[in-house]
Design a protein around this ligand. Structure first.
Ligand SMILES: Cc1ncc(COP(=O)(O)O)c(C=O)c1O
Length: 393
């Protein structure tokens, strides 16, 4: 008989009743160090007191009003994002997938309004992930995500990640509307796009007019040690998708755009019942206030260095389990020799939560404010997991 919850997930036999900082607790009191943070969502840890009191205060005042009216919390968050980034304007969503949907619509409407309606194709890359909607799976294009769901939304052309020649060739086609790419692939296995590639994409977009659209749903909001990952390369996109960390655990997403890129999105062209609601935006404002502080970002980089050094040593000590460490800031991938899912399971026994990703990578996406002692404890628990795996083989 089908379970009452649609069985689309392979769930671990764990069930948490409480969270505090980087820790999750089961009902029997057993605690786990959470290095997944809800897959890069709980950017400031579980039950962060500042976020909790912001949410409670907003909940006592006003939960929801329609976008038929002005929403002051939304205006404040948009102003913050515009002040902190390349963007001139922001649309609020509830998830990364919805942000992807709007980015695709925005690119197509841009060219339609420019009198070039044939420019509909969006270039994407292998190993990418942009959500599970019809546009999201068509954008990623992998068999794993698309099999059985035909007909797929047309208008996506898939290239090899990091293949400059293929990109240059593809950009000669007259129907290209935009390039959509993650500056650091998350689901694909924590693959940072080299700075030179991001610069190259900016250059080719400038030459052809195609919009540069960055998916920073996983790598944005301080995760890599800059407010947004593209800042490392010193280039700015035309459109950027955000979600996950910006809500710190409350469902919130956004599409940021330049005035030019957003020029087609006039009244009536897009909307969302919940997008930009007072609860989400109140929390988003608090997250942005904390994370955009340069001292906070310095802290992320310091923690990332500390983690990285420890992990390099761990990899050296367990060469049959681990191969190498990669990533940017606190978006860390450990390429495994053992099966990554076996390492995740051994982690459960050692009281530590990690997330598998593509390319046999173990993903570590801890809270950005993880205390140093929890980093030390994480390394000890990962060591315990690796030793247990070695003893088994
Ligand atoms: C890069 C990227 N884009 C889009 C999404 C989809 O976001 P959501 O699950 O919030 O719809 C994800 C989720 O993992 C992601 O990592």
């Amino acid at each position: 008989m089908i379970p009452s919850v649609l069985p689309t997930y392979n769930r671990a036999p764990l069930s948490f009743v409480k969270g505090e900082g980087s820790w999750l607790f089961e009902a029997d009191g057993r605690r786990f160090l959470d290095l997944g943070a809800g897959i890069a969502v709980n950017a400031l840890g579980h039950a962060n007191p500042e976020l909790a009191s912001t949410l409670k205060a907003q909940a006592d005042t006003l939960w929801h009003v329609s976008n038929l009216y002005n929403i002051p919390q939304q205006q404040e968050l948009a102003d913050r994002l515009v002040a902190a980034t390349f963007a001139d304007t922001v649309f609020f969503t509830n998830s990364g997938t919805e942000s992807c949907e709007l980015a695709v619509k925005m690119a197509r409407k841009y060219w339609y309004d420019k009198g070039q309606p044939e420019r509909t194709t969006i270039i994407t890359f292998d190993g990418s992930f942009h959500g599970r909607s019809s546009a999201g799976i068509a954008a990623a294009g992998s068999e794993k995500m698309t099999k059985g769901f035909a007909p797929l939304l047309p208008g996506f052309r898939h290239l090899k990640f990091g293949d400059h020649d293929a990109l240059k060739e593809a950009m000669k086609a007259p129907d290209v509307a935009a390039i959509l790419i993650e500056p650091v692939q998350g689901e694909g296995g924590i693959r940072p796009l080299p700075e030179v590639c991001l610069k190259g994409i900016r250059a080719v977009c400038d030459e052809t007019g195609a919009l540069m659209m960055l998916d920073e749903v996983q790598c944005g909001v301080g995760r890599t040690g800059k407010l947004f990952a593209h800042e490392w390369a010193g280039v700015t996109p035309d459109v950027m998708m955000v979600a996950k960390g910006i809500g710190g655990g409350f469902p919130l997403g956004a599409v940021l755009a330049t005035e030019e890129a957003a020029s087609g999105m006039t009244a009536g062209t897009h909307g969302s019942t919940y997008g930009g609601n007072p609860l989400g935006c109140a929390v988003g404002n608090k997250v942005m206030q904390i994370v955009s502080d340069p001292a906070f970002l310095d802290g992320v980089n310091a923690k990332a260095n500390r983690f990285r050094q420890g992990l390099e040593a761990l990899v050296d000590q367990h060469p049959t389990v681990f191969e190498s460490v990669r990533g940017l800031g606190l978006m860390i991938g450990i390429k495994c020799k053992a099966l990554n899912t076996d390492v995740v399971k051994a982690g459960y026994d050692a009281g530590i939560l990690t997330v598998p990703a593509g390319d046999n990578v173990l993903r570590l996406l801890p809270a950005l404010n993880i205390p140093d002692e929890d980093i030390t404890e994480s390394l000890a628990r990962l060591e315990q997991a690796a030793t247990a795996l070695e003893q088994k083989s």
